[in-house]
Design a binder for this molecule. Structure first.
Ligand code: GRF
Length: 205
């Protein structure tokens, strides 16, 4: 995005607490991110992240996936994302795997944050996986989303030490602090600098 262009329109998808949504919303509000959140959608009506969105005056929508096929649910999701005229889809604790056709539709415009240094510890409970494995450094990864599980090209990573007296919860807390820095920073880079994907590598020029 160049100076004077309109802010990028972000749709945030979540399933739970919404602390990364809050970090993105705060960064937008502080003018640190050339973007606005035009919709927050959750696949669970009880996702606390929807309350966080509403508290901030953001449009928030529950699109429950329960009882629907993946196709039916994604068709509804695509409809609201397109209606919101989204430029980017930001996954922030969205606990559903997206289909290849959804990913193709928003190709190179879907980002995710994962609480480990990918490609180590993809999938659920990444912080506990890293703790149990005994790594001495962990962190978080912001990546473009492809059809695999946490396999897309990496945009940005931040590290944290794993301490001898850590528990999975303490480690998760330390990683989460870095997630709240990494997600806005990665989006800022994607929105404000030219970039391309070469092989698996995201290159900023
Ligand atoms: C974060 O740890 C994120 O990395 C993972 O899901 C969690 C979401 O947390 N994908 P929150 O809902 O943003 O607080």
């Amino acid at each position: 995005m160049s100076a004077g262009s309109p802010p990028a329109r972000l749709v945030v998808l979540l399933s739970g607490r919404g602390s990364n949504l809050v970090a993105l919303a705060d960064a937008c509000a502080r003018g640190e991110l050339p973007a606005e959140i035009v919709l927050v959608a959750a696949n669970r009506a009880d996702a606390a992240g929807l309350d966080r969105a509403r508290e901030r005056g953001l449009a928030a929508l529950a699109l429950p996936s329960k009882g629907l096929s993946r196709e039916e649910h994604e068709a509804r999701l695509v409809a609201v994302i397109e209606q919101a005229r989204a430029d980017w889809v930001c996954l922030a604790g969205y606990l559903r795997l997206l289909s290849p056709s959804f990913i193709e539709r928003f190709a190179s415009r879907i980002v995710n944050i994962h609480p480990a240094l990918l490609p180590a510890f993809p999938g659920v409970d990444a912080q506990a996986q890293a703790w149990a494995y005994g790594v001495k450094v962990s962190g978080c990864t912001v990546h473009l989303v492809d059809a695999g599980c946490d396999t897309g090209p990496i945009v940005l990573q931040r590290t944290v030490p794993v301490l001898d007296d850590d528990t999975p919860d303490r480690l998760a807390h330390r990683i989460l602090e870095q997630e709240h820095v990494a997600y806005p920073a990665a989006l800022r880079m994607l929105l404000s600098r030219p970039w391309r994907v070469e092989g698996r590598r995201v290159i900023f020029s």
